[in-house]
Design a protein around this ligand. Structure first.
Ligand SMILES: CC(=O)SCCNC(=O)CCNC(=O)[C@H](O)C(C)(C)COP(=O)(O)OP(=O)(O)OC[C@H]1O[C@@H](n2cnc3c(N)ncnc32)[C@H](O)[C@@H]1OP(=O)(O)O
Ligand SMILES: O=C([O-])CC(=O)C(=O)O
Length: 371
């Protein structure tokens, strides 16, 4: 019997330094490059947040103007990619489509072979600009609708929502959507970001790292939870069912989606801001959904003392905006591309191959049977 300490799931293990963001479990706070995420959500556009994550400082007016122009010019995706997406099975998960699209873009981008940090940044900006187009195409494909070309006259969120739903979004939708993008943008060494850093640590390319990160985000213990929350709220139905539904689910040892967190144990720093955005966006029109949402949250706190995470308010917000449930995690991808690529750049700048050890518990060394 070995006395090696096993850190299953790397729980509690500090594997590297980062200056991108700090998740503070003690105070339930989150800062991006020093700025509280709530302040960024209230005062900055998502384009500014993306710049901040990549560069470490907020953009000047001139930098923002140049960046905005660049981003607007990069939104279109090649017709060949649209054909690739059209050729995918109608019922495949949109995360599979987004993962395939990023991989296809990598195969077609000569910058994949470059180790120049400027090329990494340029690829990051391209992916930031193209992912909304890909996600909008995918949402429309699911509904049998043709793609809508990006509009360079519109800002990031307005353009995305117009490409998805075919009409100019109202201000309330844009505000709530931008809030979700900023809150989802970055969260230190979460599973998908760590995946991106592992791939980068082998000196592989940005597209490979992002493709792998999308795979990690898809799972319901991570980004896939925002979809699972909405399925769960539909399953619960009426608010009066919440307690009984929860008791049965807990008795069956089910994980309650949108609750709990590996780092935060007394509440996710981002929930109050997203919860407020949900309530403002819902207004008085969706009292039934909010009642179920509140009753389940209260019951979970009472029964298990487990708090909701960001996916809990984000799921119903995306539902009320009109997205199909399987599109929720691709929306998370659009936001987290900023954090992933900031970490990929940081890993490239101070690389060490990520390769932990394991404790062997298999059969002792033995002879092959006689043949
Ligand atoms: C943006 C994001 O990725 S945020 C996370 C999104 N994921 C989810 O919402 C999925 C549901 N939540 C979970 O599965 C977990 O809370 C995780 C995976 C997020 C964190 O898991 P861990 O840090 O490994 O916590 P762990 O699973 O050890 O939980 C500790 C205890 O709380 C319980 N617990 C934690 N979360 C939940 C939950 N959502 N439902 C029911 N029980 C839970 C565990 O069963 C465990 O109980 P036990 O000690 O009796 O076995
Ligand atoms: O930090 C985590 O483990 C998961 C999470 O909340 C995120 O990635 O936003």
């Amino acid at each position: 019997m070995s006395d090696t300490t096993i850190h299953r799931g790397l729980a509690g293990v500090v594997v590297d330094e980062t200056s991108v963001s700090k998740v503070d479990a003690e105070t339930s706070t989150l800062i991006y490059r020093g700025y509280p995420v709530q302040d960024l959500a209230a005062q900055c556009s998502f384009e500014e947040v993306a710049w901040l994550l990549w560069h470490g400082e907020l953009p000047t007016q001139d930098e923002l103007a140049t960046f905005t122009e660049t981003e607007r010019g990069l939104r279109a995706v090649p017709d060949e990619l649209v054909e690739v997406l059209r050729g995918l099975p109608e019922d495949c998960h949109p995360m599979d489509s987004v993962r395939t699209a990023v991989s296809w873009l990598g195969a077609n981008d000569p910058r994949s072979e470059s180790d120049d940090p400027e090329d990494t940044l340029a690829v990051s900006v391209s992916l930031f600009a193209q992912l909304p187009t890909i996600v909008a195409i995918e949402q429309r494909r699911r509904r049998g609708q043709e793609p809508i070309a990006p509009d360079p006259a519109l800002g990031y969120s307005e353009n995305f929502l117009a490409m998805t739903f075919g009409e100019a979004p109202d201000e309330a939708t844009v505000t709530a959507f931008e809030t979700s993008m900023t809150l989802y943008a970055e969260h230190s060494f979460n599973a998908s970001t760590f995946t991106a850093r592992v791939v980068t640590s082998t000196l592989s390319d940005v597209y490979s790292a992002v493709t792998a990160a999308i795979g990690a985000l898809k799972g319901p213990l991570h980004g896939g939870a925002n979809e699972a929350v909405m399925h769960m709220l539909s399953e619960v139905g009426d608010a009066d069912n919440a307690e009984a539904w929860l008791d049965t689910a807990l008795a069956e040892k089910r994980k309650i989606m949108g609750f709990g967190h590996r780092v935060y144990k007394t509440g996710d720093s981002r929930v109050p801001t997203m919860d407020a955005a949900l309530r403002t966006f819902a207004g008085d029109d969706h009292a039934d959904l909010l009642a179920t949402y509140d009753r389940l949250k209260d019951a979970m706190l009472e029964r298990k003392n487990i708090h909701p995470n960001l996916d809990y308010p984000a799921g119903p917000t995306y539902h009320l905006m009109g997205f199909d449930i399987p599109m929720f995690t691709p929306l998370f991808v659009m936001a987290r591309i900023t954090g992933w690529t900031a970490h990929i750049r940081e890993q490239q700048g101070a690389n060490a191959l990520i390769r932990p050890l394991s404790e062997y518990v298999g059969a002792e060394k033995r002879e092959l049977p006689q043949r």
